[in-house]
Design a protein around this ligand. Sequence first.
Ligand SMILES: Cc1cc2nc3c(=O)[nH]c(=O)nc-3n(C[C@H](O)[C@H](O)[C@H](O)COP(=O)(O)OP(=O)(O)OC[C@H]3O[C@@H](n4cnc5c(N)ncnc54)[C@H](O)[C@@H]3O)c2cc1C
Ligand SMILES: *[C@@H]1O[C@H](CO)[C@@H](O)[C@H](O)[C@H]1NC(C)=O
Length: 610
Amino acid sequence: MWLSVALVSVVVVIFILKYVLSGSGPNPFDRDTREPLKKMVLDKKEKNKVLKQGFVASKVPDNLDAIIIGSGIGGLGLGVLLAKVGKKVLILEQHDRAGGCCHTFTEKGFEFDVGIHYIGDLLEHKPFRCMLDQLTNGQLQWEPLENPFDQVVLGPPENRRCYPIYSGRNRFPDELKKCFPGEEKAIDEYMRLVKKAGRGIWLLAMLKQCPVPIAKLLVYTGLVKHLSFFFKMAPRSLTEVVNELTENKDLRAVFSYIFGTYGNMPKDASFSMHSLLVTHYLNGAWYPKGGASEIAYHMIPIIEKAGGAVLVRAPVNRILFNDAKEACGVSVMKGQEEIHIHAPMVISNAGIFNTYQKLLPKELQAMPAIQKQLGMMKNGEGGLSVFLGLNGTKEELGLKADNYWIFTENNFDELVENYLNGNREESAKNVPLLFVASPSAKDPTWEERSPGKSTLSLVSFANYKWFEEWKDDKVTNRGADYKELKQIFINSVLEVVMGVFPKITRDKIEYVDCGTPITNTHYIGAPKGEIYGADHGIARFSPELSATVRPQTPLKNLYLTGQDVFLCGFAGGLAGALTCGSAILNRNLHLDAINLAKKRKFQSDKCKNE
Ligand SMILES: Cc1cc2nc3c(=O)[nH]c(=O)nc-3n(C[C@H](O)[C@H](O)[C@H](O)COP(=O)(O)OP(=O)(O)OC[C@H]3O[C@@H](n4cnc5c(N)ncnc54)[C@H](O)[C@@H]3O)c2cc1C
Ligand SMILES: *[C@@H]1O[C@H](CO)[C@@H](O)[C@H](O)[C@H]1NC(C)=O
């Protein structure tokens, strides 16, 4: 027994050493590629020349090294990583603009973001920040949110309690303690667990990157749970952990509110996933200066410089395979015509369900290894967004660079369960959880771009089945009953918003529309209207799944990138790109980014001291 434990340990240590020192391929982070800041381009037409390059066969570069399906951060991020080591990459996007969840759209003169409200962990010199600087050659700038960055609002209109959430490793718990006197012990213990579980994330990255036999060894011996607190806590639900800490119902709710950023109600949420989100925002929250479209706008030129291209209105309808069942290209629908494009490698950012269920030939889809992965994953919850264009400045409307998480009660499990399983008209009339934020108030360039105006984004969840009957109708013409249903949602969430933001009145609303799960299907290719891709419930964090769903698919030369191969969120989708890039380039890009960040910090400290 002891011999086998010792043996296993030796193998693991050898592997970890190899993993830590690894790197045989070219390193996209080998030098700091930041360039002096160029003047920001605010003109939409100019930006669209980069973001909206329509697909025609003549624009496809020859001798491609890789094709990436989808232009979300998982696709673009990987595209830049490959471009940085000289690879010629073609990114194909089904929508009419690049960006995936990072795209923006304009209605009645108001520009709206889709899926970027706040991103954490962007302190100068942190690896994540360093990585994003490299992926945009230093051109993408980040604007910090207010501190408190989140406001948690609990209870019905006549009894609303508001709890501010501050960033800062000490400030976060200290401010909570001010709100909940007598709960110091619970708050400290919560912090301890959250930080410890969050730190254990390294093993998730490793399981997806290391050779399969080693991953299996770690998983089936149960070693993962000993090596990382992340996996130890992963099977425990948020409700279970939080209920052990305190009897205070509001504090339980405040410990749990951020489940909205990954989409599982606390009783289904993994405490480890929750911990990642809490720690993600512990050092602050940021918003991309100039809006979310800046992200793709600064990444695409790097891909082009290496000879690649990012083309939109390019829906891939199937992946092409040779007789040896190796991926060798894709087919793009141009009107009724199929255009075939070949490359030695195909990488999908379209999500695991689109990739395996829609883009593979039937006989490959049926492969046991593919079915096994599909059986492990589940579609995530559908999203609902309401976009408001307002007449008035942020000062006039009382808007700040922060977010509101508004709940009608503090018992989240019951609230969400009843809402999502309820009758759709009834649920529409009473949306019990709502995220409210003003993208315009977060962006210092907004005043110049749209003087005197503001925007508000409202986000909640919605059951895909409520809208399924209209899924095949044309997006612009889904009929009066669909519009009516949307209007019920709009009315009820507006009531909540006007209750919490008294300066927002009906006469200020110049534009309002509602995106439903089937809107997500159309614009971001989410097969079941998912807000965050595949489900992030407890099952997602089983060591076996973590090791099985990885960038390498069971099919040679076909890879996965983005949120489904790692985790959701901007940072999660990008971690998917890094993990996929590591598999393709045969080195540990996570460590490469960390090393460059250290080097940069060292140099800047030196400058300060000189
Ligand atoms: C409303 C909302 C709010 C959010 N808020 C935040 C936030 O504040 N902070 C945060 O960090 N994260 C947030 N997220 C989550 C985050 O945006 C996503 O998790 C992340 O951007 C996903 O990146 P991705 O590259 O994996 O996928 P996506 O961005 O979804 O990209 C996939 C792309 O593939 C394309 N595609 C699909 N099928 C095909 C095909 N057959 N052919 C060609 N193209 C195809 C799609 O059109 C899409 O562009 C939010 C998401 C939503 C929806
Ligand atoms: C916006 O509000 C101002 C007054 O605050 C008013 O003069 C103007 O007509 C309004 N614009 C629209 C489009 O409603």
